[in-house]
Write a protein that binds this ligand. Structure first.
Ligand SMILES: Cc1ncc(COP(=O)(O)O)c(C=O)c1O
Length: 368
């Protein structure tokens, strides 16, 4: 198949694997030979490296990003009767942990240009029951952490960052994850730093919180076979930690490549009838996704599909309209989140996307 007709995937993990194969194979082999697969030296080393990368004192590896948020909320004492404010325009994995704790997720609207939570909407949603706010740094760009931190400090709320899509980005020079009481990461394979299975991490400046999360992730146990709290089995395993340690060394370079690809898209789509992503300029956008808005979104998606070009709608249904939460939020209208769900489409985005692939995608988008 020629390059002009070959399918273009949303994400090409194979190209990235080919780049790091010798390093990855060597690291995995070392873990196999060590026969230490759970809570071993790889996870400990990764925790140290991620804490350093994020500029915080502590990091705790967990099984996935959803668990990272769940354990952070549990360790903060969030429970029944409490409310946690978050964005309606995100993956369900942001909200499930609030429900796992028996607390109530309170969904608020987004800023239409960045897709991130609107701090004014957060402020308006605070009640005496509010205990925490979870901003999501959606698609690879930080939410307004200055306003959110000021608000949380003033109202005595915990700021828990959902950094699942944003590792490596910053807000005014502070890497995401370090602005609030806890930063929660996912290492799902498609993330900017992805492992080859499930993985996650909580970063924090608070040693006590980190210790509590370590206990919760390991069956509520501080000392083996002594259990003082009902915990969970949600540890990060050694194979995933070893893979992540290899890839972390290249993360900044891979994020820079994503930015280059995004800017190439912007140039080629300048005259097209779509709205290209807006960078707020307060930090680096790391383009987990390159997401357009289009008044003809469904036609655009169909044209891409016909040309064998991958595309995805992140997210077609805002959380207050999802079946699981619908009953609680029947009368809630969040126009910006609803409008985004009806108009967004994400284009192929990965560090090894070629110029020719970008041109082909843009030709199709421009023709709709
Ligand atoms: C914004 C957001 N929050 C939470 C999660 C949950 O992460 P995981 O899939 O690792 O549980 C994801 C990942 O898919 C995500 O994109």
């Amino acid at each position: 198949m020629s390059a002009e007709t070959a399918p273009i995937p949303m994400l090409d993990l194979g190209a990235e694997y080919a780049l790091f194969e010798p390093e990855l194979t060597q690291s995995l082999h070392a873990v196999l030979q060590s026969t230490q697969f759970i809570l071993g030296p790889q996870a400990v080393a990764l925790e140290r490296e991620i804490a350093e990368y994020c500029g915080v004192g502590h990091a705790v590896g967990v099984a996935n990003g959803t668990d990272a948020l769940h354990l952070a909320l549990r360790a903060l004492g969030i429970g029944p009767g409490h409310e946690v404010i978050t964005s309606a325009f995100t993956f369900i994995g942001t909200a499930e942990p609030i429900s796992y704790c028996g607390a109530t997720p309170v969904f608020v609207d987004i800023e239409p240009d960045t897709f991130n939570i609107d701090p004014a909407a957060v402020e308006a949603a605070v009640t005496p029951r509010t205990r925490a706010v979870i901003p999501v740094h959606l698609f690879g760009q930080c939410a307004d952490l200055t306003r959110l931190r000021t608000l949380c400090d003033r109202r005595g709320l915990a700021l828990v960052e959902d950094c699942a899509q944003a590792i490596g980005t910053d807000w005014d020079g502070t890497r995401c994850g370090g602005a609030g009481v806890a930063g929660c990461f996912s290492f799902y394979p498609s993330k900017n730093l992805g492992c080859y299975g499930d993985g996650g991490m909580v970063v924090t400046r608070d040693a006590r919180l980190a210790e509590e999360i370590k206990v919760l992730r390991n069956h509520g146990s501080r000392t083996r076979y002594h259990h003082h709290v009902i915990g969970y089995n949600c540890r990060l395993d050694e194979m995933q930690a070893a893979i992540l340690r290899v890839k972390l060394k290249h993360l900044d370079q891979l994020n820079a490549l994503r930015r280059e690809k995004a800017h190439a898209y912007n140039r080629l789509l300048a005259g097209a009838s779509v709205v290209t992503p807006r960078e707020h300029g307060k930090g680096m956008h790391v383009y987990h996704q390159y997401t357009l808005r289009s008044a003809r979104r469904d036609a655009l998606k169909a044209a891409l599909e016909a040309a064998k070009i991958g595309s995805m709608i992140y997210y077609p249904i805002p959380l207050h309209r999802q079946d699981v939460y619908q009953e609680m939020y029947q009368s809630l209208g969040l126009p910006h989140a609803e409008q985004a769900a009806a108009s967004v489409v994400s284009l192929p985005m990965f560090p090894m996307l070629t110029d020719a692939q970008i041109r082909r995608v843009c030709d199709v988008v421009s023709a709709v």
